[in-house]
Design a protein around this ligand. Structure first.
Ligand code: GRG
Length: 299
């Protein structure tokens, strides 16, 4: 199977499981909240974070079916973050995944509540026996996801992003600050998804660290690629508006070091991610391809 076929297979598995989980644990299908959550989660997205959970767990022989619920929990957090990021008070986007954003398809308060319910649903899923029979593994996965998503992870990264854009803080934007912002906003969840695969696979500390470091590099590459796409991108392929970053004065690496230097950093970051995979041999081919995919993606 090629990488794109594997990503597509995980996307299909994730879509099916999210549909079931929303049916079992989500609000009634006919309700406004249920419809908004389904709009946010179903029928779109690359499912890149679920792919990472499943592929990293697969390094240790864990079958995809045994990793799919943890993967779905990561996707719920990711989708909540997109719904809230798109809100008028944050990034103010009308389109996401080629469709109207949740606050455009419904309204702002419904979008806020749908995001809240998706975030909490993620932890309901992670805490379920169906996610893993060992409560110690479930607790570790829950802690990992909460830490990556919260006030020392993605939310803090979003805070730095909005402080820069809306308050002009810090007044002199450094490359180090942008890197930290991006490592938290985008990288924390991606790195934790890789680490979750290690937890599911009961990896050694060394293997877990290697996967975390791979994920951190991947997250950085993903974000630099996003900045490059925004700078030069095609709104139709992206399924959302482009050229917004410089217009909004956003803190991006491309904005600070320029397109050519950002491309060079992207290549170096991918090489670093690849190096972390050396100890896993041929089984890591999918993850190496994932790093190249993150760097060269068109949407
Ligand atoms: C609201 C707490 C809070 C956080 C928002 C996710 C996020 C943090 C902001 C999104 C801004 C953005 C465009 C970041 C660039 C990288 C990124 C996360 C892109 C979207 O993820 P993809 O490409 O999307 O995996 P799909 O639709 O494929 O799932």
């Amino acid at each position: 199977m090629t990488f794109v076929q594997r990503l597509g297979a995980v996307a299909g598995l994730t879509e099916q499981r999210l549909t079931e989980l929303l049916g079992e644990c989500g609000p009634e299908e006919g309700s406004r909240l249920g419809a908004a959550m389904r709009h946010a989660v179903l029928g779109g997205g690359k499912r890149f974070r679920p792919f990472l959970v499943i592929e990293c767990a697969g390094l240790f022989g864990v079958p995809a079916d045994a990793a799919r619920d943890a993967a779905a929990a990561f996707e719920c957090v990711h989708c909540y973050s997109l719904v809230h990021d798109d809100l008028p008070s944050m990034d103010n986007d009308d389109m996401r995944r080629g469709r109207p954003t949740v606050h455009r398809a419904f309204d702002e308060w419904t979008a806020i509540l749908a995001g809240d319910a998706l975030l909490t649903l993620a932890f309901e899923i992670m805490g379920s026996e169906l996610t893993h029979p060992d409560p110690g593994v479930r607790a570790e996965l829950t802690r990992l996801l909460a830490h990556a998503a919260g006030g020392r992870g993605m939310v803090l990264g979003q805070m730095f992003d909005l402080e820069a854009e809306k308050r002009g803080e810090p007044s002199r934007m450094s490359e180090a600050h942008v890197r930290r912002l991006q490592a938290l906003k985008t990288g924390a969840l991606i790195a934790a998804a890789c680490e979750a695969g290690a937890v599911l696979g009961r990896a050694t500390d060394t293997q877990r660290l290697a996967l975390r470091s791979y994920g951190e590099n991947l997250g950085l590459a993903f974000q630099i690629a996003d900045d490059l796409l925004d700078a030069a991108g095609d709104a139709q392929a992206m399924g959302k508006a482009t050229g917004k970053d410089s217009a909004a004065g956003k803190a991006t690496l491309v904005g600070i070091i320029g397109i050519e230097a950002a491309r060079a950093q992207l290549a170096a970051t991918i090489a670093d991610a690849e190096r972390e995979m050396e100890g896993f041999g041929e089984k890591a081919r999918g993850l190496i391809e994932a790093a190249h995919f993150a760097a060269s993606r068109k949407h």
